[in-house]
Design a protein around this ligand. Structure first.
Ligand code: NAD
Length: 244
């Protein structure tokens, strides 16, 4: 028996990185998964590797019209949606003086507005399903400061998670945020950042960065009925970084 048997999930940013690991983990636990991304080739390749319980849809999470397509196609293919993982995101490591207004608005659109659009689009489907679980991927930078722009959006995700949890609890829809520390994905580990990441690892209490599946295991718990009493909360997976 899978921990997500009978559930229909939508996962954004699923073509690579943590999103791809969430997709694989959910499928292995019995879910039917629609995943989306702007990376079409990577998305199609992953979908064909995983088989009939998976559907890839090319989507820009900042576009409300794309969200309508995702919900319609998910319902037509697998039925009403039980789980939404708002995972897609970008980072920009620039100072306040270097970050342009255009870049600032772009990161707000992708990391923050998309989460609002996703919840807005999916809630009617979850109501049809009789309830659901929304998992919004924030960051430890939704708890403590980091780069401007990124930090702002990740605090916003944490805040809107609480507002949505309060509003949606009487529909049986739970909403929680996940706050990863440093995770081994293309966002963080590139050829030119490897040395800096290794150096930073020395300051992490567990002395290493995380594998994506270590975050997927937490997301799986929140998606499943095992977390039935958790809503409006922050779930940190950071190897102790924010405990220092
Ligand atoms: N890697 C880390 O250390 C870390 C730490 C904390 C939080 N996070 C968060 O976890 C999430 C996943 O990050 P990751 O490390 O796997 O990054 P990643 O860059 O490997 O994956 C992010 C995915 O989102 C997709 N994406 C970007 N813009 C999009 C858009 N407009 N529409 C649809 N898809 C879009 C990308 O194409 C990519 O496939 C992000 O929200 C990120 O902020 C990452």
């Amino acid at each position: 028996m899978g921990r997500l048997d009978g559930k229909v999930a939508v996962i954004t940013g699923g073509a690579r990185g943590m999103g791809a690991t969430h997709v694989k983990t959910f499928v292995a636990e019995g879910a039917k998964v629609v995943f989306t991304d702007i990376l079409e080739n990577e998305g199609k390749a992953l979908a064909s590797e995983l088989g009939e319980n998976v559907k890839f849809i090319k989507q820009d999470v900042t576009k409300a019209v794309d969200w309508e397509t995702v919900v319609t196609e998910a319902e037509e293919t697998f039925g009403p949606i039980n789980i939404l993982v708002n995972n897609a995101g970008i980072t920009m490591a620039k100072s306040i003086t270097d970050l342009t207004e255009q870049e600032y608005r772009r990161i707000v659109d992708i990391n923050q507005v998309s989460v609002f659009l996703g919840m807005k689009a999916v809630v009617p489907s979850m109501q049809k399903a009789g309830g659901g679980s929304i998992i919004n991927i924030s960051s430890i930078n939704g708890l403590v400061g980091g780069a401007v722009g990124y930090t702002d959006t990740k605090f916003a995700v944490r805040g809107m998670t609480k507002a949505a949890a309060l509003e949606l609890s009487h529909y049986g829809i739970r909403v929680n945020s996940v706050h990863p520390g440093v995770i081994e994905t293309p966002m963080v580990v590139q050829e030119d950042t490897k040395a800096a990441v290794e150096e930073f690892s020395k300051f992490i209490p567990v002395k290493r960065i995380a594998k994506p599946v270590e975050v997927s295991n937490l997301v799986l718990y929140l998606a499943s009925d095992e977390s039935s009493y958790s809503t409006g909360s922050e779930f940190v997976v950071d190897g102790g970084i924010t405990a220092q």
